[in-house]
Design a protein around this ligand. Sequence first.
Ligand SMILES: Cc1cc2nc3c(=O)[nH]c(=O)nc-3n(C[C@H](O)[C@H](O)[C@H](O)COP(=O)(O)OP(=O)(O)OC[C@H]3O[C@@H](n4cnc5c(N)ncnc54)[C@H](O)[C@@H]3O)c2cc1C
Length: 402
Amino acid sequence: MGRTHTAEVAVVGGGPSGLVAALALASSGTETVLFAPPPPGPDRRTTALLDGSVRVLEALGVWSELVGHAAPLRRLRIVDATRRLVRAPEVTFACGELGLDAFGHNIENEILRRVLREAAGKQAGVRIIDVGVEAVIPEVDGVALRAGDREERVALVAAADGRHSICRKAAGISMSRREFPQVALALNLRHSRPHQDISTEFHTESGPFTLVPLPGDRSSLVCVVTPDDADDLMARDDENLSREIERRAHSILGRMEVDGARGRFPLSVELARAFASQRITLVGEAGHLLPPIGAQGLNLGIRDAATVAELVADARRADEDIGGASLLGEFEARRREDVQSRALAVEAMNRSLLSDFLPIHALRGAGLSLFSRVGFLRRALMQQGLGPRDAVAPRLARGEAL
Ligand SMILES: Cc1cc2nc3c(=O)[nH]c(=O)nc-3n(C[C@H](O)[C@H](O)[C@H](O)COP(=O)(O)OP(=O)(O)OC[C@H]3O[C@@H](n4cnc5c(N)ncnc54)[C@H](O)[C@@H]3O)c2cc1C
């Protein structure tokens, strides 16, 4: 640690990506200051934490506190509910084919954040400041951060301050942005039939309508629709909305009741043009915003967090500058392909549903038909969806300590 540094690393943002980053950094003894102001409001979303993310949380010792609040996802079913001329066959993917007990676990973001925040509060090596950062000033051998009347100076910043990140702006990094003519509606449901640990994705002409199990006879719904349809659904009372969702779900889970508030999210893909610069690394939505299709967003954020912590642990061991060009370059190299390939896949899937071009539907149908019949292709697709494995995955995602 430099003479004028107050900690080695600052994590900015107390969302799930930032909290995982702070826990991961401190797990290898890195002195970490975490800026985690109270969130602006409740987070209504749920997150399907895929297998690699669960391993990270296990390695950090927090999974045992989360698992009781999460529902396992053991089968993923895709149903073509379009009324198009060429339709795809129904395909079901089973986790057992990959030798897994579950593809992942679905949990409410509020619970995830609360448990992670409590763990960060108890973690040796993490000092929490519950005030937002107002100024970020990169310097030659460190970064100064001002929050209220406090000033911290660190060698490296893990910027997890979300989509409007001030750290990203301070690093001079801009975003590419592509908007889609769709809106995601997110809410939770109670239903009369058990989900049997199956997540079901109906493909519709306006985008996926995805039911993901929660503990008990409950599921979360992410429903991608046109802005007009979203206005109509948001304007309905709970009873009316419940009946409409049950209809769109083809009653597969029996009678449905909306449980709690609804969230509305415009759809876009936003990618940072660089993931690291000026001693600042981007973690989570500070670096990439993906549509809620295929459960990729936070799973990427957790891999960002695990990667920055691993690189810092290695640099400390080698007695190198933890905010130096070598670490920043390695972070960029390791995160670029993972983030970009998943953004492309999500975008391609979404566009194939929106397109009115018949050959695209024929291709999608033929592709799903192949996946339903050919085991090794199906396993390869499942593995792709879960994220990188083995040597290319961060050590924590392989269940190893730093
Ligand atoms: C409907 C929906 C469903 C989704 N489902 C899934 C899913 O199943 N699986 C999945 O992997 N992903 C999913 N996602 C994506 C996932 O929710 C996000 O990727 C994730 O919540 C982002 O977390 P984050 O910590 O990066 O950002 P945020 O949760 O936005 O956290 C940013 C934090 O930074 C703080 N902050 C902001 N400015 C400052 C500042 N100046 N100083 C200090 N702190 C600051 C904020 O208060 C906030 O707490 C979904 C998204 C949506 C919209």
